[in-house]
Write a protein that binds this ligand. Structure first.
Ligand code: MMA
Ligand code: CA
Length: 195
């Protein structure tokens, strides 16, 4: 015999095949009917797994959007504490600078503490801040209407020099404020609170 199997062994294999085949079929199949039970459960599983994957994807998208849109600052803005800052690329007078900030959904920067001041002096040497006494000479107010309590004026400032100075600039040399003529062209910094 070429295969090396004897007749008994072949018979056993045939026997096994004959038995295995009918037993693997469901009773309905054996009767020749359709079997909706098994393919139906399979479909249910596919739907369930797809739904689960969709949920995971949705959660990932939520987290991504929260970090990029809500916790982050817009492109070109810098985050510090709970604010976003925009450093202007051109010099404008105080009012135009403020207008530019308003158009960007922000306002000229309000410096509330030394940490914020240290962060801000990183870029421009001299820039407009959201502080002026335009409404009332000698009464310095931030653009949100609050008064100046802990103002870091440079020595001898504000001095209302040069025929009147009603707008405040930050001067990196002194790490302090100076009142300057509002028509001067300066860089500026816009600030908006993070939502
Ligand atoms: C400039 C101007 C003023 C400032 C003095 C300080 C000459 O004027 O920047 O606002 O008070 O310098 O010396
Ligand atoms: Ca001055």
């Amino acid at each position: 015999m070429a295969s090396g199997l004897n007749e008994e062994e072949i018979e056993m294999q045939e026997d096994y095949r004959n038995k295995a085949l009918p037993s693997s079929r469901s009773p309905a199949e054996a009767k020749g009917g359709v079997t909706p039970a098994v393919p139906g459960r399979k479909l249910l599983r596919v739907v369930a797994v797809s739904f689960g994957l969709l949920c995971v994807l949705q959660a990932a998208l939520n987290i991504y959007l929260r970090f990029t849109l809500m916790l982050g600052c817009p492109l070109g803005w810098h985050k510090f504490q709970s604010s976003c800052y925009y450093f202007s690329i051109s010099k404008k007078n105080w009012k135009e600078s403020r207008q530019e900030c308003l158009l960007r959904g922000a306002n000229l920067v309000i410096i509330n503490n030394r940490g914020e001041q240290a962060f801000l002096k990183g870029l421009h040497d001299l820039f407009w801040i959201g502080l002026s006494d335009l409404d009332n000479e000698g009464q310095w107010r931030w653009v949100d209407g609050t008064g100046l309590t802990d103002g870091a004026w440079a020595p001898g400032e504000p001095n209302n020099a040069n025929g009147g100075e009603d707008c405040a600039e930050f001067d990196k040399r002194y790490d302090a404020f100076n009142d300057a003529g509002c028509s001067l062209e300066r860089y500026s910094v816009c600030e908006k609170l993070m939502s």
